[in-house]
Design a protein around this ligand. Structure first.
Ligand code: F6P
Length: 192
């Protein structure tokens, strides 16, 4: 059976500062994750072939840099575009756009950032990625929180309303094994 692995990028500079979006580099801890990831993956996959997919953002490319596999970058895997809120903390967003902040809480799946995207928009732009994923063998996706929530919900058939709240922690590899109905899942958290 084939496997699909998901991992968020290692902790980024923006993660440390509590800022959303952007294109920051990894923190020191994030770099430690990037260095520890190859052993976890190769132990798991053994001799089987694997392809690594990243977004075009620096933090995913940096996280993948030590992995000894073929890599492909997808613009469609870039993080949900937070529009005018890109680079802000949640506190700053609540201050600057209190109505938007409340609306997002009300319907997180459909809420679209000003000049940016909603989770619904992201699900649509991920369609070609999912089509390709269905045709491939073993794939490791080094992605972003919102993106991996959408992909995870697709493979586990989770409802749209729950999708934006799925827990995809940092420094954790999620291994899915697609079955006739649904997927088996294992999670590996690196103590970093
Ligand atoms: O904070 C990291 C991050 O990936 C942001 O770039 C993104 O806007 C956010 O998570 C998505 O999570 P939520 O939809 O819960 O705000």
């Amino acid at each position: 059976p084939r496997n699909i692995f998901f991992s968020r990028h290692g902790e980024s500079q923006y993660n440390v500062e509590g800022k959303i979006g952007g294109d920051s580099l990894l923190s020191l801890r994030g770099m430690q994750y990037a260095k520890a990831l190859p052993a976890l993956i190769t132990d798991n996959i053994g001799e089987k072939p694997l392809t690594v997919w990243t977004s075009t953002l620096k933090r995913t490319i940096q996280t993948a840099q030590y992995l000894p596999y073929t890599k492909l970058t997808w613009k469609s895997l870039d993080e949900l575009d937070a529009g005018v809120c890109d680079g802000m903390t949640y506190e700053e967003i609540e201050q600057a756009y209190p109505d938007d902040y409340a609306n997002r809480d009300e319907d997180k799946f459909n809420y679209r950032y000003r000049g940016g995207e909603s989770y619904r928009d992201v699900v649509v732009r991920l369609e070609p990625v999912i089509m390709e994923l269905e045709r491939q063998e073993n794939i490791l996706i080094i992605g972003h929180q919102a993106i991996l929530r959408c992909l995870y919900a697709y493979f586990h058939h989770l409802p749209q309303a729950d999708l934006p709240y799925i827990k995809i922690p940092l420094h954790t590899v999620i291994k899915l094994t697609p079955k006739a109905y649904g997927c088996d899942e294992e999670r590996y958290t690196l103590p970093i």
